[in-house]
Design a protein around this ligand. Structure first.
Ligand SMILES: Cc1cc2nc3c(=O)[nH]c(=O)nc-3n(C[C@H](O)[C@H](O)[C@H](O)COP(=O)(O)OP(=O)(O)OC[C@H]3O[C@@H](n4cnc5c(N)ncnc54)[C@H](O)[C@@H]3O)c2cc1C
Length: 482
């Protein structure tokens, strides 16, 4: 494996960057560099500290283009960064160099009612897009649990999922067009407001999910839909995990209803949410809960769907069906679902938040194996996630500090990932590979697939300056920490 020896961000480089982008667009302040050099993966997951040498705040596509051209000419690594809510270390500057923050590119540029699109800069907070669309009676379907903080650029780069994928697909399904800056500073447009495109390669959707390794996204056009007039959430407790998981697919296959959300929480997750929010949820003794969201315009149709799901629930072992049809109870429910990652971070000294995805029929096997491995290695588990997509956030928890925890975790993850691959699954459904899972890629991809990734990467970024060290070891960043 080659190692690129990058240039360092010297005083001269800083002066050049300030001349290109303006004096306030560049900082080398140590505290700021540290704050912009991490995401939500805890530092204990990595073998060393990673620190950017400079953080740059562009205000326009032209700024990004000028920066990338300079970085490419001078062999400086560049790590794009959204809001830093990532759970794979994607925004961590593996090779030092420049972190490219999009916090000053946060404008909604256009909402086009005729074409049902919204065009935004990458630093717009996801929830702001949802709100802007809703004000016009429209729906932006992207709904990651981190949506109050994450940026749309980060969502695009990770192909973020969230709570509405079962009906509307991942972020990529909403992306119609991207403006992107290539590693050498070239500005390209991919896609358009058109809903179909069979003209050559679909570069927009190659860049979606590429974790900032192929191009820097500077403008995004997203698809909008009519906003449903009514929303109802059902909280359905089951006596155990097996019955909840067995029931979930029946909503579509037997009930003939496509829910907009279909979420699963095991007992431990419920306890964590209750403790974190200092609240209580109905049906304390349940082994697992499902949250089912239904959307529509016609109250009678919604009532019929609820009834069908209710009948199915009781025929398949549900303990109760709680209906949340007003803002307050719905908010309470979703707060519980959305706080789970933070709750784990607050209560456990060491943990690994996983993002496995398997065919939905294989979820029971995945959860059984997780339990077996946690017992074997003496860990606790809390499992929740997007059961409708087969995307399980399997969370491996160390109840207390202990020597050798890191080695145990690595072994457990190796076994778990191998098992996941064996049942047709893979490492990540929505959080990405980043730095955290990079070394496990060979467990789910063969040499030929990895080589193809390297060749695509080299075609976009021949000098390997864009987010080096991520996804796979495509010759990685060779510089020592600064
Ligand atoms: C509590 C919590 C809940 C979460 N829930 C979900 C969930 O439900 N679904 C889900 O999918 N994820 C979830 N996440 C993970 C995370 O929020 C998403 O991955 C999100 O998309 C990251 O966005 P960000 O702006 O924070 O990006 P960052 O973490 O800053 O960056 C993520 C990646 O995007 C790249 N990037 C950022 N901006 C650009 C750009 N303009 N051009 C090119 N590359 C860029 C970075 O280099 C990096 O590789 C959750 C995280 C937390 C902490």
């Amino acid at each position: 494996m080659n190692q690129t020896v990058y240039s360092l961000v010297t005083e001269g480089v800083v002066k050049d960057l300030q001349a290109l982008l303006g004096p306030s667009a560049v900082t080398v302040d140590r505290e700021k560099r540290a704050a912009y050099s991490k995401d939500e993966v805890p530092s204990f997951a990595f073998d060393r500290e990673y620190l950017a040498e400079a953080v740059v705040f562009p205000r326009s596509t032209e700024d990004v283009s000028a920066l990338m051209k300079y970085a490419n000419d001078h062999l400086l690594p560049v790590t794009p960064r959204g809001a830093g809510t990532g759970l794979s270390g994607g925004a961590v500057p593996f090779a030092g160099g420049i972190v490219l923050s999009f916090e000053k590119m946060g404008r909604i540029l256009e909402l086009d009612r005729q074409n049902l699109t919204i065009t935004v800069e990458p630093g717009v907070v996801t929830a702001e897009i949802t709100k802007a669309a809703a004000r016009e009676g429209l729906l932006y379907a992207g709904d990651p649990c981190s949506g109050d903080a994450s940026y749309i650029g980060g969502n695009v780069a990770e192909n973020a999922g969230g709570n509405k994928v079962v009906k509307y697909g991942t972020t990529g399904n909403s992306v119609l067009a991207l403006e992107a800056v290539l590693a050498d500073g070239t500005v390209m447009e991919f896609g358009g407001k058109r809903r179909k495109d069979a003209t050559g390669y679909d570069f927009a959707h190659l860049i979606v999910g590429s974790e900032g390794t192929l191009a820097v996204v500077t403008k995004i056009t997203l698809k909008l839909l009519p906003l449903p007039e009514r929303v109802v959430d059902l909280l359905i407790p089951f006596p155990d995990v097996a019955s909840a998981i067995d029931f979930a697919p029946r909503i579509q296959s037997e009930g003939k209803v496509i829910p907009s959300s279909l979420e699963f929480l095991d007992r431990k997750s419920i306890r964590l949410a209750e403790r974190f929010l200092n609240t209580s949820l109905p049906c304390d003794d349940a082994g697992a809960h499902l949250i089912v969201q239904l959307e529509g315009n016609d109250p009678e149709v919604l009532a019929d769907e609820m009834e069908r799901i209710g009948d199915l629930c009781f025929a398949h072992g549900a303990i109760e069906v709680f209906v949340a049809d007003n803002r307050t109870t719905r908010d309470k429910l979703w707060k519980a679902r959305k706080c789970l990652a933070e709750a784990i971070m607050a209560f456990y000294p060491k943990y690994s938040l996983e993002d496995l995805v398997v065919p939905t029929s294989e979820i029971p096997k995945l959860l059984e194996e997780t339990t077996r491995l946690c017992r074997k290695y003496g860990l606790e588990e809390a499992n929740f996630g997007h059961v409708g997509d087969g995307n399980m956030h399997v969370n491996l928890l160390f109840p207390e500090e202990r020597p050798g925890w890191h080695e145990d975790l690595e072994e457990l993850l190796g076994e778990l990932y191998d098992f996941t691959a064996k049942i047709g699954g893979t490492l990540s459904g929505e959080h990405g590979i980043g730095l955290k899972r990079q070394k496990y890629m060979c467990r789910v991809m063969d040499g030929a697939q990895m080589e193809l990734i390297r060749r695509v990467k080299a075609a976009f970024d021949p000098k390997n300056i864009l987010n080096p060290g991520k996804i796979i070891n495509c010759p990685d960043g060779g510089n020592p920490p600064v």
